[in-house]
Write a protein that binds this ligand. Structure first.
Ligand code: DGL
Length: 281
């Protein structure tokens, strides 16, 4: 059996394309419907209420596209609003990015000490610490918010002195904890992987939650016999939606996805959701 319906993926912006990149690398025949809420990005500095409201609108937009699986490719939303979304969407599997990264870290940490970096909202919720504790209570989790990393990744400054300085500033206290695994708990951070690895050193394994999320999606589709037919051009059949066509959109998309995007449409989420209301900026 196969299922050629698309996989729905959303993020606060374009960072979730790092998850799409891994999905298409593992499953090139799968098509994606992507939503990036670029008009309201970043979510990571907002209140839980605002994040939940935006997340439901994002999920409902994708649910109207006849998708077979919903991937919340945003650590902030996965940390703050995943249960909220699951209450609304019960017909198809809903995957967040927190659990897959945690499962990988639990299997890898010999020292039983794991570091997690993310946006202020992700770290504030302690979602990673709670998820890891639900698998193994003996593991210590050290979280650190790194708010400068998102703009640095967006500006294309991944390999620069300024990013190295920011990484040193944020990460040295984590290195001092004796952790042996560091989870990149934000969709933008895979772009900074080399700089982060350089700063923490090779004895610490840096885990990219985008890869582990794609792997989880592949396992679930396999178990459900719901993978797409082989031989399809998944990327060619994928569609991309944004809520604002930001000026450096194309450059950013290429940076996160590793290739260009052709089928792109700008949408108005609040109009579509019938909730034309003041954005909580
Ligand atoms: N996508 C967000 C995350 O993974 C980062 C950008 C934002 O703050 O919205 O946490």
């Amino acid at each position: 059996m196969s299922d050629n319906r698309p996989i729905g993926v959303f993020d606060s912006g374009l960072g979730g394309l790092t998850v799409v990149k891994e999905l298409l690398r593992l499953m090139p025949a799968e098509s994606i419907v992507y939503l990036g809420d670029t008009a309201r990005c970043p979510y990571g500095v907002r209140s839980d209420d605002a994040i939940r409201r935006f997340a439901l609108q994002d999920a409902r937009f994708l649910m109207a596209m006849d998708i077979k699986m919903l991937i919340v490719a945003c650590n902030t939303v996965s940390s703050v609003a995943l249960d909220h979304i699951r209450k609304d969407v019960s017909e198809i599997p809903v995957i967040g990015v927190v659990l897959p990264g945690c499962k990988a870290a639990v299997l890898r940490t010999a020292e039983k000490k794991v570091g997690v970096i993310g946006t202020p909202a992700t770290i504030r919720t302690e979602a990673y610490a709670r998820t890891i504790a639900s698998i193994d209570k003996g593991i210590k989790v050290y979280g650190k918010a790194c708010p400068l990393f998102v703009p640095l990744a967006e500006e294309g400054l991944a390999d620069s002195e300024i990013t190295r300085s920011a990484a040193q500033y944020y990460l040295y206290e984590l290195v001092d904890t004796g952790m042996d695994c560091l989870i990149l708990g934000c969709t933008h951070y895979p772009l900074l992987m080399e700089t982060i690895q350089g700063v923490v050193g090779n004895s610490i394994e840096v885990l990219d939650s985008a890869f582990w999320t794609a792997k989880e999606a592949q396992d679930i589709l396999g178990a459900l016999n719901a993978a797409a037919d082989g031989g399809r051009d998944g990327l060619g059949a994928s569609t991309f939606h944004v809520t604002d066509m930001t000026p450096n959109f194309e450059k950013s998309a290429r940076r996160f996805l590793g290739s260009g995007i052709t089928r792109i449409e700008k949408i108005d989420l609040e109009d579509l959701c019938g909730e034309k209301q003041e954005a909580s900026r």
